[in-house]
Design a protein around this ligand. Sequence first.
Ligand code: PLP
Length: 397
Amino acid sequence: MLYLDHAATTPLSPAARSAMAPYLEQEFGNPSGLYELGRRAQAAVDDARERIARALGAEAREIIFTSGGTESINAALLGISTAMRRAGIGRHVIVSAIEHHAGLHAAQTLEELGFDVTYIGCDREGFVDATEVLESVRPHTVLVSVMLANNEVGTLQPVQAIAECLRALHRRTGHRVFLHTDAVQAAGWLRLDVRELGVDALSLSAHKFGGPKGTGILYLRRATPFRPLLVGGGQEMQKRAGTENVAGIVGAAAALEEAVHEIPRHSPRVRELRELLRAELQRRIPHATFNGGPRDRSLPNILNVSFPDVESESLVMALDARGLCVSSGSACSNSTWEPSHVLLAMGVPIRLAVGAIRFSLGPNTTPEEVVEAARLTAEEVTRLRGSAASSWRPAVP
Ligand code: PLP
């Protein structure tokens, strides 16, 4: 199997697996237990929290464990906004139109709860404009949420610039707007420092960087207003009730530390491989059209490409039959057949958007795999188009 869908999920890293093993076996205690077995589980959670905080430049008490990226994002958007409304401060939220559905649907839930939401578009390359975000701030705006790296086309968003604008606004007018970023795809590829980024909240999902599925991280800056999404026991400093997923948390910490440590080694190498893939596809497939921004303002590992007159689901299935795993648009929206909201927001014509597939490389991807993936893709595109590459002409020139 040739797996080029690391943006959908990654294999569990050996470091995460061995860190988790005791907590799946003999160390099964509930961290709330007062006896030794429980205290050991609590110590493991505390240790993981410290290490994750260190990897992100945060304080341990600013790290909340959740069930995944989706929950972290929902908790940030709903938790901060509803706390601000409860305090009578405002009910306007700004999100980018190219957020993952976790962010977009949380914003829609806020609308149902009576919030006003402004959706900020992007340019043709998939970049959100920081100035446009600032210009959309109203007197009652409480929260901005813009992802750090887009999961479909890999574009890096100006989160740091948005944070600076919001801080300047605060200094000038006293109006404090909180900032959340979905950094789910950035972890393991970019160094993440929450203070440098200037964000109040940041979401991560362990299975995107070699950790287990079902464990998420929410960084919530000290003193950020927050109303818990899940209530019950007092776990996670009263911010997320429910018995902790101890093994998942321990695995997330091991995976994040390893991924962060390996960034200088993996990122430049994988960026080169991504460019090799681009060149091979371009050379072998007429009218291959790449979606997304310049190579230095994108994640190293994502390549989104459209093949006119090829329907992406058919291509993904055909490639699967040849042993190559890639994604059509975003894996999380694969059950719906609508063209990607990200590509549409970028102004990609529908006939190209429905033919888009996403390759996402991993830290261990090799040049041989990339060349083989391009070869298989070229063969299947040619077959689906029903004519040889040399004689094929697009239906719409
Ligand atoms: N945000 C982004 C950018 C993603 O790519 C994903 C998953 O693909 C998520 C959030 C959701 O993460 P999870 O499925 O782990 O809840």
